[in-house]
Design a protein. Structure first.
Length: 85
């Protein structure tokens, strides 16, 4: 399984960028969730999504996959490199 890097930026296959805040666990099921913040728009909302779904593969040929990504969220190397200092 792919590793998730906390406190880094990831790009969604629809093109928007998100900052990974942390990992949380459900008190009922113990399932892990990714806690992330939108980096676009006026309402930079905080979101959660099951970690398994966050890291899942998607069809690069999906009509809404404007980035051609292999995964739902991918590490935004170009942005994270710029912010290393």
């Amino acid at each position: 399984m792919r590793e998730l890097q906390l406190k880094k930026v990831y790009r969604h296959f629809k093109g928007n960028y998100y900052y990974i805040e942390d990992i949380a666990k459900s008190s009922e099921t113990k399932e892990e969730y990714v806690v992330y913040r939108a980096l676009y728009g006026d309402d930079q909302a905080l979101w959660i999504r099951p970690k398994k779904m966050f890291l899942e593969e998607i069809d690069p040929q999906r009509p809404d996959n404007i980035t051609g990504q292999t995964y739902r969220f991918e590490y935004a190397d170009e942005i994270n490199q710029d912010n290393r200092k």
